[in-house]
Ligand binder design. Structure first.
Ligand SMILES: Nc1ccn([C@@H]2O[C@H](COP(=O)(O)OP(=O)(O)O[C@@H]3[C@@H](O)[C@H](O)[C@@H](O)[C@H](O)[C@@H]3O)[C@@H](O)[C@H]2O)c(=O)n1
Ligand SMILES: O=P([O-])([O-])O[C@@H]1[C@@H](O)[C@H](O)[C@@H](O)[C@H](O)[C@@H]1O
Length: 403
């Protein structure tokens, strides 16, 4: 439902059968949370009829306009929905999103519905699970004209209540075409193994950002992804996770103020922990299509305050143990960190235009250096390293981007 909405769907009719009451309660509650209209229709004969009959149960709600049809156990990506909704539909027929290249590693070759397509016109020539002569996979996502339901009724009256049966009738009349979505993510979640593959695939899609630094990419993301896998099953929102990450930084900074190695160490561990968790808010946002401009803004602002607090706490820790020189160095470290983050978008944009390498020293590295500096009880050295590298990187960017 979240993915379909991201692709442009504005309302849902959910046909229930197995555990109807439980499913109906769940999807209605989700509809309220997502602020989208959800109608549920029960198929009382779900144990004895095929899925085409389930679609027919929803007929009263599908007469007015073309509708998107998907299986309850299929996952897909928003762009596929967007492309289907924007494609031209055969008069009275259907458009089926198909994997023409058959390159999706997530497909269960024993179960997938196979399709034979005229590769020039995109017309469906044959469809079925046992098809011997096929050249595409049915991804389970259809754009349907209301007239399709008449063919469906005819197929069921003739004793075939499978969806494919109705598609075959349309295909015979040249009213069934495919939309090639080769390369797009989709999966039919039929069993536990497919469920685990789907979890990993979705987390992989939500994981990293192009701008991730090496520490994030190779150390933090593998850890945040495992945490996000669990957080996904809670109601925690990305903004709540952002605030939690900030809370960890705040606690880490407070511990660093203790003029003792253990306070420094615990503070450094929390700083790196906050950095890892700071990847979860974005991963959950991308996973559940809950990305927002406000959330991105909140995340960025809290990250800046976290960096400033941790570096200031590090400087005050040094001052308390008899190194007052840490105060000006700490100021340079805070300034360098803030300037670097403030100019990141400008730098990325200019380097993208110049086609140059957008290598960047980012927050992930900064927080790991703080953690390592705390571990080896080198607070002043840590500040010097951060002050020189961050300000050096800010100057380097100005030089490479000039002209
Ligand atoms: N409440 C929120 C929070 C985020 N978003 C959206 O997500 C991105 C931010 O993406 P992400 O959280 O994945 O990465 P982030 O830019 O925070 O970078 C962190 C580093 O700060 C950290 O040090 C590192 O360890 C970690 O791996 C990441 O690289 C945001 O722009 C929004 O689009 C949201 O919508 N709502
Ligand atoms: O998942 P399942 O119900 O066994 O089989 C489904 C078929 O009934 C449906 O016609 C097709 O569009 C889906 O891709 C899937 O193959």
């Amino acid at each position: 439902m979240r993915t379909a909405m991201e692709g442009g769907v504005t309302g849902f009719v959910v046909v229930t059968g197995y555990q109807a009451e439980r499913v109906s309660t769940f999807v209605r509650a989700l509809g309220e949370r997502l602020q989208v209209e959800v109608t549920t229709v029960n198929n009382p004969d779900w144990e004895h009829r095929e899925n085409g009959y389930s679609l027919l149960c929803a007929r009263p709600y599908l007469q007015q306009a073309p509708f998107l049809l998907t299986m309850a156990d299929h996952l897909f990506e928003a762009d596929t929905v967007r492309r289907l909704l924007g494609a031209s539909l055969p008069e009275g027929g259907i458009l089926l999103a198909c994997d023409h290249h058959r390159c999706n590693p997530l497909v269960d070759l024993e179960d997938v519905t196979r399709v034979r397509v005229d590769t020039h016109s995109g017309a469906i020539q044959a469809i079925g699970k046992g098809l011997a002569d096929y050249n595409a996979f049915d991804t389970g996502l259809f754009l349907c004209a209301p007239g399709f339901l008449d063919r469906l009724q005819e197929a069921i009256d003739a004793g075939d209540s499978t969806l494919s049966g109705a598609v075959r009738r349309l295909a015979d009349q040249g009213q069934a075409r495919t939309l090639d979505v080769s390369g797009a993510f989709w999966i039919d979640v039929d069993d536990d193994a497919a469920f685990r593959r789907a979890e990993e695939a979705l987390l992989g899609l939500a994981r990293g950002k192009e701008r991730d630094g090496p520490v994030s990419r190779y150390l933090n993301r593998p850890l945040s992804a495992r945490l996000s896998k669990r957080l996904a099953y809670t109601g925690l929102t990305p903004n709540q996770i952002s605030l939690f990450s900030f809370g960890l930084s705040l606690l880490g900074a407070a511990l660093m103020l203790i003029p003792h190695y253990w306070g420094l160490l615990l503070g450094g561990i929390l700083a790196q922990g906050a950095s890892i968790v700071d990847g979860c808010d974005g991963e959950i946002a991308r996973l559940k299509h809950q990305q927002s401009d406000y959330g991105g803004w909140l995340d960025a602002v809290l990250d800046r305050y976290s960096d400033a607090l941790l570096l200031t706490a590090l400087a005050l820790h040094c001052w308390q143990i008899g190194t007052p020189a840490a105060i000006p160095i700490g100021f340079l470290a805070v300034t360098g960190a803030l300037v670097l983050s403030y100019t990141a978008d400008k730098y990325d944009g200019l380097m993208r235009d110049k086609g140059g390498s957008r290598f960047r020293l980012g927050r992930d590295l900064r927080l790991l250096v703080i953690a390592l500096g705390a571990l080896f009880n080198l607070p002043l050295t840590t500040l010097v390293v951060i002050a020189t590298t961050m300000n050096g990187e800010a100057i380097r960017r100005m030089v490479v981007c000039r002209g």
